[in-house]
Design a protein around this ligand. Structure first.
Ligand SMILES: Cc1cc2nc3c(=O)[nH]c(=O)nc-3n(C[C@H](O)[C@H](O)[C@H](O)COP(=O)(O)OP(=O)(O)OC[C@H]3O[C@@H](n4cnc5c(N)ncnc54)[C@H](O)[C@@H]3O)c2cc1C
Length: 380
């Protein structure tokens, strides 16, 4: 096995991915010691799209913001290869791209995101890249009174927690403002709505859903036999609706050259090290961490950056992941701010507030990426 570069040479870090975890890690390494690291980003996407804001697109807000990955890489001082990472040779510390290029690394961070798959083929499955196309027609049908009942269904393995609640709340609000009758139901396997945010926040969300006239069916394991029925289990109860909207199920990227965990996710420890493989790290939705969330992806990326810095010989005690989750719940009216300290099951010290409790109050609460994007937005 090749050993890492001696401290006189730059420490080569390859970051595969161009999303939240990848960019956060690149910014974190720059902040830790810009001179020590030679960072190469490998990502096929030319733009970084601010996905959480995509939920507003069907409601005639402007499109989610996009930032050129090339510009971000240039700001960070990282090289960028615009193509897909393909495989890993961990013995030689080499990453291969789809075109066959070989990149030698001292450390590599896999930040490849998750792969969404429809769980209920008969339902409309959320895809944030084309939400307006998927939901625009539905909202027109609501406005004109053709659609009276909509079910929003969460599969057994919760994917991203916020967007389906946001879409349900915004749809209900829109019907209220248009003065049309609409029954909105959310069916979720969670024991309480947004249970991952802990008791305080979750109770606040439950109250908000009730005030908005939304029926929430919790502990529900659903089937969608066709586009007009949802079967709720246990109990084998069927509800009749006009449309069914569902979250996808997520799978990991299953990387050639690396043993995959359950559902293809990459197993990591609290320092974002891939278990049993030296110099290989992973962060974000691609990992086996239970919660798939931008803020968590960023915190895993920060943990990885510190761990990589220690490997590179910097005098640093890498901090393990202590997940804290912040979320802005868009409602169609005033947003709500959710916070929780995550402990593996439910959060503790969990709250819902009318004002943000973190700064900048970004939807993706990321130590380095949030202020960086905030500054870019202000400069625009
Ligand atoms: C509609 C919606 C709303 C959301 N709202 C919120 C919210 O309010 N707050 C929040 O914190 N989170 C939210 N999330 C979740 C958040 O977007 C994700 O958890 C976050 O993007 C995960 O970051 P990531 O870097 O792991 O993956 P991603 O951001 O998905 O990035 C993965 C990157 O890997 C790249 N990639 C894929 N394959 C390859 C390959 N072979 N080689 C190289 N690169 C590759 C992709 O092009 C992409 O750049 C939301 C998600 C959705 C869909």
């Amino acid at each position: 096995m090749t050993s890492p570069s001696p401290s006189s040479e730059p420490f080569k870090v390859v970051i595969a991915g161009g999303g939240v975890a990848a960019l956060e890690a690149a910014l974190a390494l720059r902040a830790l010691d810009a001179e020590r690291f030679e960072v190469t980003l490998v990502a096929p996407n030319e733009d970084f799209v601010y996905r959480p804001m995509a939920v507003r697109e069907p409601f005639a807000y402007s499109a989610a913001r996009r930032y050129a990955v090339g510009e971000i890489a240039a700001d960070i001082g990282a090289a960028l290869i615009v193509e897909s990472f393909a495989s890993l040779d961990v013995g030689r510390r080499v990453a291969r791209t789809e075109s066959g290029a070989e990149l030698h690394y001292d450390a590599i961070l896999l930040a490849l995101g998750a792969r969404p798959h429809p769980r209920f083929p008969a339902a409309v499955t959320l895809d944030d890249a084309r939400l307006e196309e998927l939901m625009g027609g539905l909202l027109e049908d609501v406005d004109s009174g053709y659609v009276h009942d909509i079910a929003f269904v969460i599969p057994a393995r919760v994917a991203w927690p916020l967007p389906i609640y946001e879409l349900a709340l915004m749809t209900a609000r829109r019907a209220f403002e248009m003065n049309v009758e609409l029954a909105v139901t959310i069916a979720t396997p969670e024991q309480q709505p947004l249970a991952i945010f802990g008791e305080g926040a979750s109770s606040g969300v439950a109250a908000l859903l009730e005030q908005s006239g939304i029926t929430t069916i919790t502990s529900a394991h659903c089937e969608v036999p066709d586009g007009r029925h949802v079967v709720i289990n246990p109990g084998d109860r069927t509800i009749d609706v006009d449309r069914v909207i569902a979250l996808p199920e997520l799978y990991g990227p299953a990387i050639r050259g690396l043993a995959a965990g359950e559902h293809g996710f990459i197993p990591v420890d609290v320092h974002s090290r891939v278990r049993g493989v030296e110099g290989v790290y992973a962060a974000g939705d691609a990992t086996d961490f239970e919660l798939k969330y931008g803020g968590i992806a960023a915190q895993q990326a920060d943990a990885a950056a510190e761990s990589i810095a220690a490997l590179a010989g910097l005098a640093i005690e890498p901090a393990p992941l202590h997940p804290v989750i912040h979320g802005i719940l868009l409602t169609g009216a005033a947003p709500q701010y959710l916070s929780a300290q995550f402990t593996g099951g439910r959060g503790f010290h969990s709250e819902i507030t009318d004002e943000p409790t973190w700064s900048p109050p970004a939807k993706i609460a990321a130590k380095y990426l949030a202020p960086y994007l905030d500054e870019r937005d202000r400069a625009r």
